[in-house]
Design a protein around this ligand. Structure first.
Ligand code: BES
Ligand code: ZN
Length: 482
């Protein structure tokens, strides 16, 4: 049958009978430990990229692995694939982005089954309880979500002979470590990338399991490591306590000055480029099914824990306000029992989630300067930066977003929620800043999917919704050209 005469429902109707094979394929991918940040897993990471390229080839794409970085400092390869679309296709040229790298699985002892041996766990799906799910590192973030796209492409190819939409597919292997080599890849492939009219990404979440979500804004990031060095050796704290700087004490004192009593970040100029929340957005967000107290309950906290920048509620703080977090802090003795010691150094990893027009480089410089001005007597700092990215805010009245809303309505039978998220996906800001390209972030994760955490899961109804949604998105793009 020709692509023209193939109705989207015919393609969608094939999905049910293929689901167990689709899940098998995803499980095969999840068995590949593509821990992109850890050089020990370089080969396995590449293998996971190759697996993805092979799937795209099976769906009729011209797919390959493209190297990143330089010969001296190789990055993980990018999966790159293109197709022609239907002969008479006049809809948008779509860039699909995802990532095949996953976060390290530690702490391993908290997993109920090994992170790279995916299992299907049964669940009732009743309110407050998970449904049937795949448990493995990367199940949701982002292999499971990318797999929903791959399966939709395969379904179109197998039912209609080919995928009718013109796609460029870019699946990277370094998103979880800050997409360090993506900027250079962009510069080298600017012409090809600027052919795209819109980017589609499935790497975000939904507010509830039965209603799809379109995310139109993410926060940016500026990530720092700092080391405070004092004496050239560890010291006996009896002989030296009270006589010379203790880097642990001094580092804690400096970091504590990062917030004032209203939990506002104290670095001068930090909020200069933050845009206010519009009354329209405030109103729209107030209509969404968001319950902060319930959300806190699910992570073992009660209502007292609803703290953050004064004057903003939890959703505003997550979606539209910057935040600063100490991700790790260490130095001196952390083993069992007591050791009386003044360490020679102390260190911390500090990150800023950024919003709207905040420039990550400017924030990074301002932070380091602020720290330098607080150098404790007799001490010195060493700094390093682990990646930055602009916030990704996309237009909500584009024709692509309208088309996506319709596609999700058709696929799921429900009007999608328009949401934001406090997480970061560096490519979104890069596409917008460098190519003026908007992204449609249509993700199927749930709040309790435990991404970046032990026992990460992806619920099978979410997987199903994802595949159906991508099948319908293809149809919506075809119809945009008619
Ligand atoms: N998929 C997430 C981002 C995300 C999480 C979006 C939850 C929406 C809801 C992504 O893979 C991720 O974790 N990104 C990192 C980026 C960083 C390392 C540059 C993040 O946000 O910490
Ligand atoms: Zn992700």
């Amino acid at each position: 049958m020709s692509v023209e005469s193939m109705s989207v429902e015919t393609v969608a109707s094939t999905l049910e009978s293929r689901e167990s094979q689709a899940l098998e394929r995803l499980m095969e991918w999840l068995r590949m430990p593509s821990i992109g940040t850890d050089p020990a897993y370089r080969e396995q990471t590449r293998q996971a990229g190759q697996w993805c390229a092979d799937q795209l080839s099976a769906a009729g794409f011209d797919a390959c692995l493209r190297e990143t970085g330089s010969p001296e400092a190789r990055g993980n390869p990018i999966v790159w694939a293109t197709n022609e679309g239907a002969a008479d296709y006049k809809g948008p040229h779509v860039l699909f982005y995802g990532h095949y790298d996953v976060q390290p699985p530690d702490p391993l002892e908290l997993w109920h089954s090994p992170p790279f041996e995916p299992v299907i766990v049964k669940g009732s799906g009743k309110p407050g309880e998970p449904a049937d799910r795949i448990v493995a590192r990367g199940a949701c973030d982002d292999k499971g979500q990318v797999a929903t796209f791959l399966e939709a492409m395969r379904a179109w190819k197998d039912s209609a002979g080919s995928v009718p939409v013109k796609f460029t597919v870019l699946i990277e292997g370094e998103e979880e470590s800050g997409s360090a080599n993506l900027e250079q890849f962009f510069a080298e492939n600017r012409d090809a990338l600027s052919q795209a009219d819109i980017c589609v990404i499935s790497d975000t979440g939904m507010l509830e399991r039965t209603t799809p979500g379109i995310t139109y804004g993410l926060r940016g990031l500026s990530y720092h490591e700092l080391k405070l060095i004092a004496s050239d050796q560890d010291l006996h704290s009896g002989m030296w306590g009270g006589r010379c700087p203790n880097p642990n004490n001094e580092l804690a004192k400096v970091l504590a000055q990062l917030w004032d009593e209203n939990r506002k970040i104290t670095i001068p100029g930090f909020y200069d480029d933050v845009l206010p929340i519009t009354p329209k957005e405030k109103e729209a967000w107030s209509q969404l099914p968001l319950d902060q107290i319930e959300a806190l309950g699910k992570i073992g906290l009660d209502a007292d824990a609803d703290i953050g920048e004064a004057g903003f509620d939890a959703v505003e703080r997550e979606w539209a306000r910057p935040a600063c977090d100490v991700n790790g802090i260490w130095g001196g003795y952390t083993g069992a029992g007591a050791k009386t010691v003044i360490p020679s150094w102390a260190a911390a990893k500090v990150s800023f989630r950024l919003v709207a027009n905040q420039d990550p480089e400017k924030i990074a410089d301002a932070f380091e300067e602020w720290i330098r001005q607080r150098t404790p007597p007799g001490c010195r700092w060493e700094f390093s930066r682990h990646g930055t990215g602009h916030a990704g805010n996309v237009s909500i009245d584009s024709p692509y977003l309208q088309a996506a809303r319709g596609a999700l309505q058709n696929a799921v039978g429900k009007e999608p929620h328009l949401i934001k998220s406090g997480g970061s996906i560096p490519v979104v800001g890069m596409l917008k800043g460098q190519l003026g390209l908007d992204s449609l972030m249509i993700g199927f994760g749930l709040d309790d999917d435990r991404v970046h955490s032990p026992n990460e899961k992806f619920e099978i109804p979410s997987f199903r919704m994802g595949v159906r949604s991508h099948v319908h998105l293809v149809d919506a793009f075809v119809r945009m050209g008619k």
